[in-house]
Design a binder for this molecule. Structure first.
Ligand code: NDP
Length: 369
């Protein structure tokens, strides 16, 4: 790849891993001077994460926030004023299917509780809209498969909001793994734990969340193990952590740890919890060991290298959601299918592993994936 093309890719927040990039528009057309028609996007579920995505859409070269879907009428005036929304582009969960009539909405971005992702993705597909769905993609493998099938049937794209695919630290790890820059990757350890807050919220409700810390934050560690090794795990063992608060954790797990075996012999350990703040990724190669902490949160991420300095593994801060959305713009403008690792297929792979981790923890035996 020549230097100019690499610089263009970097400017778009795209990595070698996102190739092949065979858009009908050239890379140069996608670059900062893009002047074509923007994509209209509607945010579905106006909670904390939708607000972050909206921040990332300010002054976007590819996106106009043209619509919202909310069950909270009191949120509407502020969004309407800030984004100059038309009344006809403001929906609730009942009249959501009327999106079909909103010609200036091309894509919906689903930021709802996890168990609502499948229904709202499938309904969007039926309304002819492309979908970006937050992680975890769904609460079961079957739901994830149904979402992919519905989008395929409708001829719309389905992406999962894996923002770290567009982050330079994580892209660098992928590049080193693909190119074996420091030899084979033998070991990956990921820990992501957050203090979830009080009882009574959807994250602690099994029906809405599908599970506990694993579904919410452990998924980042599973993702990292997969892209750092560039392999799919063969089997898993797992253990639930202690129940520290019977009121809060009566339906979903607080802590859970797991161990994944990969075909090359690479091994990955992971832990997620809803208790303390821990946010680390360690990748052991034959020559050096790379660590990030913070590794998965909104940053700035911070690196260290055992066996060398961290030059080449230190990047200026970039707003995660803005970087993701600017990188996704050209992918949705293009007539080509999304690269697999941006698409629903990536979410489905993770769902299979998350479900296998739960099964292994419940049964106390290794589970083949
Ligand atoms: P919030 O609780 O902050 O927001 C969820 C929103 O969904 C609510 O504000 C509400 O919006 C709507 N909603 C509809 N039905 C319900 C219900 N029964 N209970 C609660 N809310 C409901 O959650 P987050 O924004 O933190 O998370 C939303 C999704 O985004 C999750 O899937 C989560 O995993 C993902 N996420 C991803 C992150 C990332 O970095 N990629 C980070 C954080 C979250 P309204 O009032 O408008 O109806």
């Amino acid at each position: 790849m020549d230097k100019k093309r690499r610089a263009l890719l970097n400017g778009l927040g795209l990595s070698l891993a996102s190739l092949p990039f065979t858009s009908s528009l050239s890379l140069a057309e996608h670059h900062a001077k893009y002047k074509g028609k923007k994509l209209g996007i509607a945010l579905v579920g106006l909670g904390r994460y939708a607000n972050r995505i909206a921040d990332g859409l300010v002054n976007s070269q590819f996106w106009n926030l043209n619509g919202i879907v909310t069950g909270s009428p009191e949120k509407i005036p502020a969004w309407k004023e800030k984004w100059k929304l038309k009344d006809s582009n403001i929906f609730n969960y009942d009249n959501y299917d009327q999106l079909i009539n909103a010609k200036d909405i091309d894509v919906v971005y689903i930021c709802l509780p996890n168990s609502m992702h499948a229904d709202f993705t499938i309904r969007a597909a039926k309304a002819g809209k492309h979908v970006i769905c937050e992680k975890p993609m769904a609460v079961s493998v079957k739901e994830a498969e149904d979402m992919i099938a519905a989008c395929d049937r409708a001829g719309v794209k389905l992406a999962i909001g894996y923002r770290l695919h567009f982050n330079p630290y994580h892209q660098k790890i992928i590049e080193w793994s693909q190119q074996k820059t420091f030899g084979n990757i033998g070991y990956v350890d990921g820990v992501f734990s957050i203090n979830v807050g009080p009882a009574g919220q959807w994250r602690l409700d099994k029906k809405l969340a599908g599970g506990g810390s694993l579904m919410d934050v452990g998924i980042y560690c599973v993702q990292a193990a997969r892209y750092a090794t560039q392999e799919e795990p063969l089997s898993v063992t797992a253990q639930f952590g202690p129940i520290t608060d019977r009121e809060k954790f009566k339906e979903v797990e607080n802590g859970i740890s797991w161990q994944l075996k990969f075909p090359s012999g690479a091994y990955s350990t992971g832990y997620s919890a809803y208790q303390n703040y821990i946010d680390t990724l360690t990748v052991g190669t034959e020559q050096k060991t790379f660590s990030l902490s913070p590794a998965y949160s909104y940053g700035p991420l911070k690196s260290s290298v055992f066996g060398g300095d961290n030059s080449g593994f230190s990047f200026p801060f970039k707003h995660h959601q803005q970087t993701q959305m600017e990188a996704m713009g050209p992918l949705f403008l293009s007539k080509d299918p999304l690269p697999d690792h941006i698409s629903g297929l990536e979410g489905l792979k993770d769902m299979k592993i998350l479900m296998a981790i739960y099964k292994a923890a419940r049964n106390g035996k290794p589970v083949k994936i």
